[in-house]
Design a protein around this ligand. Sequence first.
Ligand code: ATP
Ligand code: MG
Length: 904
Amino acid sequence: MRTAEIKRRFLAHFESNGHTLVPSAPLPALGDPNLLFINAGMVQFAPYFTGQVTPPFTRAASVQKCFRTPDIDEVGKTTRHGTFFQMNGNFSFGDYFKEGAISLAWELVTRPQSEGGYGFDEARLWASVYVEDDEAFSLWRDRIGIPESRIIKLGMGPNFWSMGIPGPCGPCSEILIDRGPEYGPDYDISSGEEPDGDRYLEFWNLVFMQYERGPGTGKTDFPILGELPAKNIDTGMGLERVSALLQGVDNLYEIDEVLPILDRAAELTGKRYGTAGSHLATESSPDDVRLRLIADHVRSGLMLIGDGVTPSNEGRGYVLRRVLRRAIRAIRLLGYEKPAFPHLFPVARDCMTPSYPELAAEYDRITSYAYAEEETFLATLRQGTVILDMAIDETKRSGVATLSGDKAFALHDTYGFPIDLTLEIAAEQGLSVDQEGFRRLMAEQRQRAKADAVARKTGHADLSAYREVLDRRGVSEFTGYSELTRESQVRALLSESGSLSGVAEGEEVEVVLDVTPFYAEGGGQQPDTGKITVGGGELEVFDVQQPLPGLIIHRAKVVRGEVRLGETGLAEIDVRRRAAISRSHTATHLVHQTMRNFLGESATQAGSLNAPGRLRFDFNTPSAVPPSVLADVEHQINEVLLGDLEVHAFVTSLEEARKLGAIALFGEKYGDEVRVVEVGDYARELCGGTHVTRSGQLGLVKLLSESSIGSGVRRVEALVGMDAFGFLATEHLLVSRLAELFRVPADQVADRVEHTVAQLREAQKELAQLRAQLVVGGAARLAAEARDVAGVRYVATEAPEGTGGNDVRTLAQEIRGRLEQGRPGVAAVAVRAGGKLSLVVAVNRSARDDGLSAKDLVKAALSGRGGGSDDVAQGGGLPADQVLKVLSTVENLVAKVATAGHRE
Ligand code: ATP
Ligand code: MG
């Protein structure tokens, strides 16, 4: 039975039993700051379970796309874990409970396939229950008829569920299937242990939300406060596990949605899957494990990018990057060194589009990220592997078995070489890695970044003081879309030590007003500044933040008098600054829309900064934007300005906004009501920022630069209004001045500069030749003055201070070449430069035959600081005033070696 059919039957079964079918939420867990990805079907229903929101239905069913970051490392170690997988679930919100959940599941699992069920053989099915859940135990035994010998009682660890925080919790009950002795040992039910997961495969978990729990840590350490008034059901059936069972294949990676990718990878790398080792995860051949990993990770990559995740160095983007990179490395380990994704992604797409048709439309965007990631990572691998190999060599040579945390961190920090890869490669070489040291360095780095960010955004890192103000005083109303000044009342005064009732002149404070025209930094828009005059005092506002939704904090200094809680007065923003920021914000919308016009819909915003007179716009696109396109973008934007379009903001429903084609940002969370900003009919975007009223007010937009800020993300910077004008005017002056200096008309300056640079290069070349001739000329004279040192023709000289390294070397070689043939000869040339000396020694053939080596001479004279060959060697680094001493050391050594040679 194909996976798509298993999914269809699941939904049909629950729909016919009164469940509302709910589509899968996207993989990124946007609503939960503690979760990167949705990892279970219940996540999108969590607000219903916790009682924060009243559910619109009492029964629901879904097939949820899931991604479990911790299971990345399971792929290969077991054969029942994927990174991406689909969880089929049915949910009851205060409706049916244990008996309903158990019978509904059992019915679908055991109903014959000819009647729309899965047709599992009842004799092979087992159930597990929480050890104290007698109710579930009896239901399985008496209602369903599973013999006691196949009902496993397990403790809280495996069979008790909670969300890790105070709220609903309760026992679980799982349905397992015995896959037979070829998958592992028989289970001893009296052991109280969990059975082997690959033999007794769990494929459906039923959670009975029965109790309310209190605070505590871990899976077991919390108090149960009592029974929930309305009990809920949450279940999860692993779609891939059921597919593997119903398709009669061995594991998750061999089902219809995955195997074609595996086969293609095997074909590319010339491997034959499943011909060595056994099917058990622990006894599989390494090649098989790698093929499974590739298939799993490629599919996950497709699904993650499909849901808007892009590779980056933190958060979700990092998890994606890790998955893609693991796949790339596995392919390389199988011997295929060229880009493989262009061969694998099309197969993954064909596997997944039957269930997720939207992937077809998104495919170009998806692969542009995946392929770019593969290209960059292959380059990183080429570079990093060399450096890692050196580090490993060095570590081994020093007789240590652990690669230092510093080295691992440097590889990560400087070369983007991921730690898990360092671990893997080091392990292959029999080394461990000081992970603790690495983590400490990473944590230190992260801590620095975080402390900076927090200190910049809000006075204090701890939000509890803010929450209290919000709870007690309610939200602050923002009126700044239409007003620049506002009568308002001081609701709270906060300092680092807590709430204040008054502040005196000279002090800094955080002020909360009931109503305010001040815009808090957000959506890339810089905060307003301005002043607040209350009672007998005046505050200068230098920053405005919104640490919690609805709470606007004015960070200000009392510049005159005193300010007291409860007083009313006037809040006034700096109008010029606001106008300049608003121009930048409108300009950002125009840049965004115009980029999309030229580069396609996928050029979406990834970040922005709207500051007075200038903006920064980051967007997703796989490669550099050519200068000609940038010029066209700039041209089109300025045409829109001349069109003097009306800029208009309005509030509407999210659905209506989508219908109007408003651009919504990926990863942004929107409520049902959204604010839309449109610039005529040209650009329409969801936005909470402030804008001009007509595009003509922008005056001028000048794009300054375009650069990469990470793989797949580019940045443009631009100036707006008078700042753009000022920039162009300055450039104009500069060109005029150059034209004057070069005495040509402005439009010929570039040609003239090019010409002058070419002439200069030519002159430098001639100069170098002349210098070389001089050196060589000097060589003949110096060779003629050679002295005899223990039978060796010896020349020692100091070249003029500052003579270049190459010239010194040439001089030494030229002198040597001019010494009498057939007799041992040595030339030593020293030079001073920048307070240090360097030394080159050249030794002729016959001297080498006598045991003299240039390398040994240099190393001995400079205490090891040099290198080269027996023939010519160089070194340096000692203070310049030791030149004579160094040269005499060389001479003494020559004498010593030569004398020893004669004696032999
Ligand atoms: P296991 O102990 O096997 O890791 P689990 O206890 O983590 O499973 P649940 O959190 O109860 O699993 O998830 C419900 C169902 O989702 C499981 O019964 C299983 O069928 C499926 N499932 C869980 N993790 C994975 C995974 N990594 N890949 C595929 N299916 C999974
Ligand atoms: Mg698990």
